[in-house]
Design a protein around this ligand. Structure first.
Ligand code: BGP
Length: 468
């Protein structure tokens, strides 16, 4: 398969799922430190010591070793996030935490040593806990100012070291999990449509403001938005299913349209009108929204089907949001339906809509891995299933580029090193090319082991995708 010469191959992680060191060197707590069970359950009142994220995979102390392994695979780019509460422990502090800033200086310097470009997510489901507690997260307009101060600090500090940025991870997750997506502690069922749209608006303004500031500080910065990408098919060709899918797609495009076009599209205004929402959006807000993104990035794990009568069908399982099951697809051990062609389809629809570069910043297979009792040809885990999954998806990416003319900047596979799952807060759901000795019960040495996929991906990068 063919990929462009400058294609950015790499992997992705998020601070709260891998760094650990949750309260070291002045870091404040993030909402994740109060979420021991993942997104499906509400936050705990106090820090629960069984929360695996508190120690993560201890990347905080292993980053040199880990980046060296990424370099060995040939990564051109490493997607990671800055933990906001490492920089501003409470979120609304007067001054940043120098120790936190130093840590990321070290990480970026380490990347540079190997010629790896960092791709930095500014907010990956890790709102400082204090902002959640005191302001109810992004429900408060005050968060725009706190985020602005934070991004200004990091854009300035890391000028020249980081050129690729993402403003919010899966910003559209607010529809499904307002706590994780927007640091809102009020339970979802007590939130009105007004609350949700208003919080989303605050995040959208903050995102556009970050894009503006990032460009002002360094004109070489490339700043993207990021959404949970999900292909939706009508369950049948019944026009009612097709219309239901069209309706669903409005929610799907809500965030990308505003980010990429710079204004609320007509259907979005109608959606709000129908739900009785009167948005508090100032003229200044609307002016800020005109700062559109340089690229659109997204995660892709599965597709779903939409039906006008969903109760007739078996419900699918999925990443934050689900539809009905597609009878033509296989599924992962966690019931996520695997659909490589859906990725090509999504790339086409996004590109057709915006004509701006796309970046696949998450994709991969969460699976249970078995560590072999002894090393075999240099590896410790025989994960052919993972290789197959990625190979099939990358083949479709290549088709989108070669056959359809879609501009794709790069691909960062999710959890390139095993980390804690976002949805279930478990360790046993592994995505990595590198196995980490850590178990669900919190035991383990944190030792790193290469999987078979490590060598496969190395070969993919070395040949620029020819072996796909
Ligand atoms: C995305 C998140 C990631 C990641 C991934 C896989 O929604 O951006 O943080 O975790 O999903 O999900 P999980 O960890 O639940 O398997």
């Amino acid at each position: 398969m063919k990929f462009p010469k400058e294609f950015l191959w790499g992997g992705a992680t998020a601070a709260n799922q891998c760094e650990g060191a949750w309260n070291e060197d002045g870091k404040g707590a993030s909402i994740q430190d109060y979420m021991p069970h993942g997104i499906m359950q509400g936050p705990s009142e106090v820090i629960d010591k069984h929360n695996l994220k508190l120690e993560g995979i201890d990347l905080y102390h292993h980053y040199k070793e880990d980046i060296a392994l990424f370099a060995e695979m040939g990564f051109k780019v490493y997607r990671m996030s800055i933990a906001w509460s490492r920089i501003f422990p409470n979120g609304d502090d007067e001054k940043p935490n120098e120790k936190g800033l130093e840590f990321y200086d070290n990480v970026f310097d380490e990347c540079k040593k190997y010629g790896i470009e960092p791709l930095v997510t500014l907010s990956h489901y890790e709102t400082p806990y204090h902002l959640a507690k005191k302001y109810d997260g992004w429900r408060s307009r005050d968060l725009i100012g706190f985020y602005e101060k934070y991004v200004r600090t990091v854009f300035t500090r890391y000028k020249g070291k980081v050129h690729y940025w993402i403003t919010f991870n899966e910003i559209n997750s607010i529809w499904h999990f307002p706590l994780m997506g927007a640091g809102i502690l009020t339970p979802k069922n007590s939130l009105s449509a007004q609350d949700l749209y208003q919080a989303a608006h605050h995040e959208l303004v903050a995102s556009a403001l970050a894009t503006k500031i990032g460009h002002e500080i360094d004109s070489e910065n490339k700043i993207g938005c990021m959404v949970l990408g999900l292909t939706s098919y009508p369950r049948t060709c019944n026009p009612d299913d097709v219309i239901a899918t069209m309706e669903e797609s409005k929610r799907g495009y809500f965030f990308t349209d505003i980010h990429m076009r710079g204004y609320y599209p007509s259907y979005a205004l109608k959606m709000m009108e129908k739900e009785g929402v009167v948005l508090d959006a100032t003229d200044e807000d609307l002016e800020i929204l005109k700062n559109t993104c340089d690229f659109l990035s997204f995660s892709y794990y599965m597709s779903k089907c939409i039906a006008s009568n969903p109760e007739q069908y078996e419900k699918g399982k999925g990443n934050l949001t689900t539809g009905v099951k597609n009878p033509y697809l296989q599924e992962s051990q966690w019931g996520w339906q695997i659909d490589p062609k859906g990725l090509r389809y999504l790339l086409n629809t996004y590109y057709d809509r915006y004509q701006k570069p796309l970046f696949i910043v998450e994709n991969g297979l969460g699976a249970k891995d078995t560590l072999l009792s002894e090393e075999k040809d240099g590896y410790w885990v025989e994960d052919d299933y993972r290789i197959q999954y990625m190979n099939d998806h990358l083949a479709q990416v290549s088709k989108a580029i070669e056959d359809d003319g879609v501009e794709v900047m790069g691909y960062t596979s999710w959890g390139c090193i095993d980390l804690i799952s976002a949805s279930t807060a478990e360790m046993k759901k592994r995505y990595g090319f590198i196995y980490v000795d850590r178990n669900n019960d919190g035991t383990g040495t944190f030792k790193r082991y290469k999987k078979k996929s490590f060598y496969w991906y190395k070969n993919v990068i070395e040949t620029n995708g020819k072996i796909i």
